[in-house]
Design a protein around this ligand. Structure first.
Ligand code: HEC
Ligand code: HEC
Length: 457
């Protein structure tokens, strides 16, 4: 496959190869679909940017004192919602107290080249900072003394925050501890009644497994949710799990749940952003052949009549960092919590099916979703396809990030050794950048062509 002549020869055989590739190799598991709810996508979007999927938060004045008012109104909202950042909504408590709640868009929207892209995983959150528990406690006590009514409205939020934040610290900025967040919250909730319990009912995993945040526009093709494909059954129930941050009982959960057919409809309606720069169409057409030959058996085909195979690839085949799926296997207490919980009950039953590998994701709009792999360990798509180029320690500029539209990823600086939390350190457990060597067999020319093709997806 190293010569140009062979490349065109490959084109002759492509029909044959495609027919062959339709059959999933035996060791890759096809993920069966499950029935999903339907809903109204416009209502779903409205709920996401103004709704009350949490019923307790930070009193509005305290939020504005701490963060000020945001006059950019990037989501074009009205009323007080227009004054808070993307990633926060204002809700009103039963006692008429306006509270600011964190939303899905904290993690599922990113400001990219000065525009908010809803559904793009936020790779700029910083969970590497140790929370200041003393400051938090002092703030809560002050509120309790000065405004008992506000304290009451915020109590569920603070009790949860105090318990979870110390467990969410990551080794570097730009990775997400959402899996640990879910685990800590589950440990403090009765599975059936969802009522808060101060003492954790199970052991927590000893390591925060870092993840990237997947793009929402991929979900419409997927038969299972999450990197390891563990989310089975009704997706709406998984979408609403953040509600356990502050939920008081199952009546509240049921009310929140009633909106999640609409939220799912919205998430499924999102289209991937188009690559904004010129594309060399001839090169991309060549790249399509190489892609169909080397990549589509796992990632599917694109364009008219495109197919997505929905495969779970075993860890020993993809060879990327295994800590994420292994942590799920080693901590079965969380899947058993979920599988006997309110979330697993009909109507709209969901369940967790722990796996030993990763879903080969659809690649629509993948040009914009750097850094890559489930743990955000590789800064550019070029380096995904050429493992020799992957930096061991690397850092991007979080204040003035610059996107590389050729290599498809973040411009970064690499180093010879780690420097505290500053550099992404791929030698740490869970942060490894190895595996997925499927691009290494290609020539530089073939790789360039594939990258050009990927810009069109
Ligand atoms: C603290 C950050 C955070 C918040 C808040 C959050 N998510 Fe996520 N979400 C993640 C991460 C991280 C993953 C990937 C986890 C994994 O696969 O292991 C994820 C996965 C998902 C997926 C799966 C996508 C796929 O392709 O498999 C969907 C859909 C989703 N979240 C929707 C939501 C919705 C809706 C909300 C709000 C109600 C929400 N999330 C709140 C971080 C967050
Ligand atoms: C054997 C199946 C398989 C083959 C063949 C394969 N991939 Fe993948 N690919 C995967 C899996 C599984 C992942 C997820 C790995 C992870 O996140 O740990 C992945 C991840 C990726 C990602 C990162 C996606 C993201 O959002 O982080 C890109 C880009 C990618 N593959 C491109 C390609 C290209 C291009 C080819 C062909 C040269 C290819 N893959 C061949 C299974 C495969």
């Amino acid at each position: 496959m190293k010569k140009k002549a062979l490349l065109s020869l490959a084109a002759v055989f492509v029909t044959f190869l495609l027919a062959f590739n339709k059959e999933a190799p035996d060791e890759y598991t096809y993920i069966q679909p499950s029935p999903q709810r339907s809903g109204d996508s416009a209502k779903g979007y409205e709920y996401l940017i103004t709704g009350d999927f949490l019923r307790s938060g930070l009193p509005y004045e305290y939020y504005t004192m701490a963060r000020g008012k945001d006059d950019r109104n990037l989501l074009n909202r009205t009323g007080k919602n227009a004054t808070v950042e993307v990633g926060y909504n204002i809700i009103r408590s039963a006692d008429s107290i306006d509270m600011v709640i964190p939303t899905c868009l904290q993690c599922h929207a990113e400001i990219f080249d000065d525009k908010v892209i809803v559904g793009l995983g936020n790779s700029f959150s910083d969970f590497s900072i140790e929370p200041d528990q003393k400051k938090l406690n002092a703030g809560v006590n002050f509120l309790k003394m000065t405004s008992p009514k506000k304290y009451k409205a915020s109590k569920a939020f603070f009790q949860s925050l105090k318990m979870v934040t110390p467990h969410l610290v990551t080794a570097t900025p730009g990775v997400n501890p959402a899996d640990m967040l879910a685990a800590v919250l589950a440990a403090h909730r009765d599975p059936q009644t969802l009522v808060w319990q101060d003492t954790a009912s199970m052991d927590l995993p000893d390591i925060v497994v870092p993840t990237d945040v997947p793009a929402w526009w991929l979900l419409k093709k997927k038969n299972a949710m999450f990197y390891t494909g563990l989310g089975r059954g009704d997706f709406g129930k998984f979408l609403m799990t953040s509600n356990i941050l502050t939920v008081t009982d199952t009546a509240e959960a049921a009310d929140v749940n009633s909106h999640f057919g609409d939220v799912l409809a919205y998430i499924r309606s999102i289209q991937p952003p188009k690559y904004p720069k010129p594309i060399d169409q001839q090169l991309a057409a060549k790249g399509k052949f190489v892609f169909n030959d080397n990549c589509s058996k796992c990632h599917g085909t694109y364009g008219e009549g495109g197919t997505y195979p929905n495969l779970l690839i075993p860890g020993n085949v993809v060879q990327t960092d295994s800590l994420l799926f292994k942590a799920n296997q080693q901590n079965p207490q969380f899947s058993s919590w979920f599988n006997k919980s309110w979330f697993a009950q009909p109507p709209y039953a969901a369940h967790i099916d722990v796996s030993s590998g990763y879903v080969a994701p659809p690649l629509d709009g993948v040009w914009i979703t750097a850094p890559y792999f489930h743990n955000a360990s590789v800064p550019t798509l070029e380096a995904v396809l050429n493992s020799k180029l992957r930096p061991a320690y690397w850092m991007r500029d979080f204040d003035h990030p610059v996107y590389d539209y050729d290599k498809l990823g973040w411009k970064y600086e690499s180093a010879d050794k780690p420097d505290g939390k500053k550099y992404y350190n791929t030698t740490l457990p869970g942060y490894g950048n190895y595996g997925h060597y499927f691009g290494d067999v290609l020539t530089d020319k073939e790789r360039n062509a594939v990258i050009e093709y990927i810009k069109t997806l």
